[in-house]
Design a protein around this ligand. Structure first.
Ligand code: FPP
Ligand code: ZN
Length: 557
């Protein structure tokens, strides 16, 4: 095994001087880690450090101007040894994979152990400029010529850039008309969206188009411009989804006559849920079973049932798909082997990198911050069961806390994935792109929030009064209610003392609660906190509720 899982490692404080002493044996490394556990600092213990991104210097409720005259000690401790020392276990058989793995660990360690900046801030302005170039074009108003290769992925480019900007706190409503006029021509009269003008409908371009419209929303905060999702012809979309459903397997093809895999299922379910389309008529019959059959001997998920290699991309599609079809604590436990799943998913997080990989024996990559990192919220909700939705009593009920290292992922993202020119990247040495920027930002937001599920007031699996009363018939009543029952809290229940988690947890929101008056002269708004997203749809969290209200207000199609 060329990498060690972070999840089983105890939490740690840095050794006294991690930059000058490199432990030489595995047991020395382990001793360092074990001997150093220390409770996280609370706000009252923190000292003032204007250059410290984690000090809430713009949160001035209790701060008088005299408080800032005392020179402080830096709050951010040096990087813990776990992220600065080579893995304890290393493959003795040298292969291309093992060499790539060691080289990646080496370069990540360099980025992670910068003594002058152990935990860099988010370069918000640079990332915003980079993502805006995907919506507005560069200086000539055009996308870079390399983007020609993505001509069949136009809705994707729009979605990645819009959602990335939304995560960074940009009001993307200003792009509403631009987005609508780009996406409308991609819709086919027979239902669904193509990836480019004149192209056949495909489930992933339809999904990306629906998401982009969902993100851009209602234009202004009063919603006077109307819901952008009105662009979608819900009736033809509904018919097209019937055409790509595989009535035998329970899955969905990606286009008429195309291949069938869990991407097709997840994208179809997101479209059904966000458009409030009816699922009676057995449109989702056999789908939960199809998803369950994609779990492999490793515990992860292949693209199709029975025997493909487990991959993080398919894991997110499977888990999120099941969570659209029912309550996590019911559907995940019923259709999946949860122990194997937790084991495989834990093994996706590597030390010293802190980042996540997509599959066994492959390298960490920032985009798995969403495909793999996003799975944890769904699994934790499945294990914890429904919560009562009361922010005050959160965590009083026994919950598992973090099953993954939010700290490790946040460190990987901040140190290794930020391109100096703006935008986010797979790993050091790679260039930034819109896809990675969006999925890395979503992953970073997942490290900052605890997502939980609340019970439905009505049973989710009971059929409508006129249907046969067999809840297992697959005839789930209109609408798909489960994905609209999620909540989030910036308070992360944790049973491990963990410095960076405490920091992440205590970071004030940006920019809602920051005003110019909060800032000291010459100070800029600096915070790494992102706008929260919906854990299943990957759109701004509050949009899910607004969209549900929109389709609930409709009579039929
Ligand atoms: C391997 O890439 C990638 C895959 C086998 C599939 C990835 C699938 C997704 C990201 C999910 C897509 C989701 C939707 C909603 C369409 P690689 O070999 O370049 O990367 P690796 O070495 O990290 O495995
Ligand atoms: Zn990637």
């Amino acid at each position: 095994m060329s990498a060690a899982s972070l999840s089983s490692a105890p939490s740690s404080k840095a050794p006294s001087n991690p930059t000058t002493r490199t432990p030489s044996t595995p047991s020395e490394v382990f001793d360092d880690i074990l001997s150093s556990a220390q409770p996280p600092p609370t706000y009252s213990q923190q000292t003032w450090n204007p250059s410290n991104p984690y000090f809430p210097h713009y949160h001035n409720q209790n701060m008088s101007s005299t408080a800032i005259t005392t020179p402080p000690e830096p709050l951010i401790p040096p990087t813990p040894a776990l992220f600065t020392t080579p893995p304890i276990l290393q493959d003795t058989l040298q292969t291309h994979s093992s060499k790539d793995q060691l080289a990646t660990a080496e370069i990540c360690m360099k980025h992670l152990s910068n003594p002058s900046d152990p935990f860099p801030i988010l370069s918000r302005r640079e990332h915003i400029a980079f993502l805006e170039s995907g919506i507005l074009g560069g200086q000539n108003g055009k996308l870079h010529r390399g983007m020609v290769a993505l001509d069949a992925s136009r809705p994707w480019i729009i979605y990645w850039c819009l959602q990335g900007l939304a995560s960074l706190g940009v009001d993307v409503g200003k792009y509403r008309e631009r987005v609508i006029s780009s996406l409308r021509p991609l819709q086919n009269a027979s239902g669904g969206f193509g990836g480019g003008n004149g192209q056949e409908s495909h489930i992933t371009s339809s999904y990306a188009a629906v998401l982009a419209l969902a993100v851009v929303g209602r234009g202004d905060e009063n919603g006077e411009e109307g819901e952008a999702l009105e662009v979608v012809d819900r009736r033809t979309m509904f018919h097209w989804l019937h055409e790509i459903k595989d009535w035998e397997s329970g899955g969905f093809r990606v286009c008429i006559g195309g291949e069938e895999d869990v991407r097709g299922v997840y994208c179809a379910l997101v479209i059904l849920a966000l458009l409030g389309l009816p699922t009676s008529g057995n449109l989702v019959k056999g789908t939960k079973e199809y998803l369950g059959r994609c779990q492999t001997y490793e515990g992860g998920f292949g693209a199709t049932p029975n025997g493909n290699e487990a991959h993080g991309g398919y894991a997110f599609c499977t888990l999120a798909g099941l969570c659209i079809l029912g309550e996590p604590a019911v559907v995940l436990k019923k259709y999946l082997d949860m122990d194997r799943l937790v084991s495989w998913l834990s093994a996706r997080q590597y030390a010293p990198e802190g980042g996540l990989s997509g599959r066994t024996n492959k390298l960490v990559d920032g985009c798995y911050s969403t495909w793999v990192g996003g799975c944890w919220a769904l699994i934790e909700a499945g294990i914890n069961g429904p919560q009562d939705g009361n922010e005050e009593t959160l965590g009083e009920k026994k919950v598992v806390g973090s099953l993954w290292s939010r700290e490790g992922l946040a460190r990987y993202i901040m140190n290794c994935c930020q391109s100096p020119k703006g935008g986010l990247r797979d790993k050091p040495g790679k260039g930034a792109d819109y896809y990675h920027s969006n999925y890395i930002l979503l992953g970073l937001a997942s490290t900052q929030n605890y997502f939980y599920y609340t019970s439905s007031p009505i049973p989710l699996s009971s059929p409508p009064p006129s249907s046969p009363s067999n809840p297992e018939s697959g005839d789930i009543p209109i609408p798909l209610a489960a994905p609209f029952l999620w909540h989030y809290s910036p308070r992360i229940p944790s049973n491990t003392p963990n410095v960076a988690e405490a920091i992440v947890k205590d970071m004030p929101a940006w920019p809602d609660d920051v005003t110019e008056e909060d800032l000291l002269p010459g100070q800029e708004v600096e915070s790494d906190r992102l706008k929260v997203h919906h854990p299943i749809f990957n759109i701004p969290f509050e949009r899910a509720g607004e969209i549900e209200a929109w389709w609930k207000g409709k009579m039929g199609f």
